[in-house]
Design a protein. Sequence first.
Length: 419
Amino acid sequence: MNVATRVFLLFSAGYFVSYIFRGLNIGFAPFLTQEMGLTAADLGGLTSLYFLGFAVTQIPAGAALDTWGPRRVTAVLMLVAALGSLLFGLADGLVSMMAGRVLIGIGVAVCMGAGLQALAQHFPVHRIPVLNGALIAIGGLGGAVVGTPLALLLQAASWRTISVGLAVFTMVVAGLIWFWASDAGAVPRKKERPSVWAQFRGIWELLCSLGFWKLSLFPSVCGGMFYAVQSLWMKPYLLDVNQAGHAQTDALVSLLGLAAVCGSLVSGGLARRFERLGMSLTVFNGVCLGAFVGVQALIMLDVPIPKSVLWTCFGLFGACCVLLFAIFVTRYPPAMWGRANTTFNMLVFFMIFAVQNVIGLIVERWEPIEPGVYPAQAHLTAWSCLLAVQIACGIWYFWPTPRRAAVRPAALQGAEGRG
């Protein structure tokens, strides 16, 4: 097995672990509600802490990736995730569970960004969109695991046992990445590495760029909605709004995860085909995200289309937000790839944190029909508010930018290269 293939497989495994942790509470939720007496807001807050820990780690993680490389940073941080999973599984109260979720989020914060950076360092640019999609697809299989497979596992083992088992599995993957993955020549030697302060200055220049925000806001908001629903609120929506049975709901959760995998795999290849027809990758990304917004509207209207079709489309188009990583490779120099990826990741995960909490807070304004069960109107109101935000961001994404207000890519790249 050559070095590049080994790097691809190992970092895909790391992202797979990250994705399992991301959606774990969708299966744990009924047990946590009964055992710990959690409300909708409690559950949303607890689950979202993973994304908060993930988000606040992105900026220092981006600087660390560009300084020490993806192999070392990923392996070390995954040990933090293993500690968090162990703490969550052994927790005797909400506070220790919350601490565990934060540590998990911090520990897997670089799994995707590091993988994308490692691929960019080991493979030619023309293969990046497809390989990015493949890595994200393999990791995205974790979204399918938290559906029916997790439901079946919970019949044989408690959520605490599963959490401890995941801690062990995470340590194994961390060890494999540390000892078997390889650093690329693109990682600067120690004497050539910029200071950590210079790395942070590069991130600040990125965040001060109008072009970065215009490119990133719509995908980050849509990504926030997609992952917040996939990792927690899909199941309550199906149970409370559509009156679906538990078996059907678990099957649809797994179907959504598999659809997201397919979306990640197919979108990169389709994007290149449309590029040859004259459609830019940026426009293709926006069109896919616009379709994702449209699917949400169809789900809310309960149109007479099989739910399996609607939720498959939700997964296919929702996963397209990751195309932005391929755009970054063409717009920023190699020294900025880690920071560009992790800064966008930070935006997405702050959005997930916000969306999960907003849905929980809105839903809780209605009296529960029974513990953990809320009226359909509660969920529809929350989704309507978030749909309006996505539409507004989509309009700005496609709105022409006045030439005098635009940040020239060449000037921006020069500033970023100095950072």
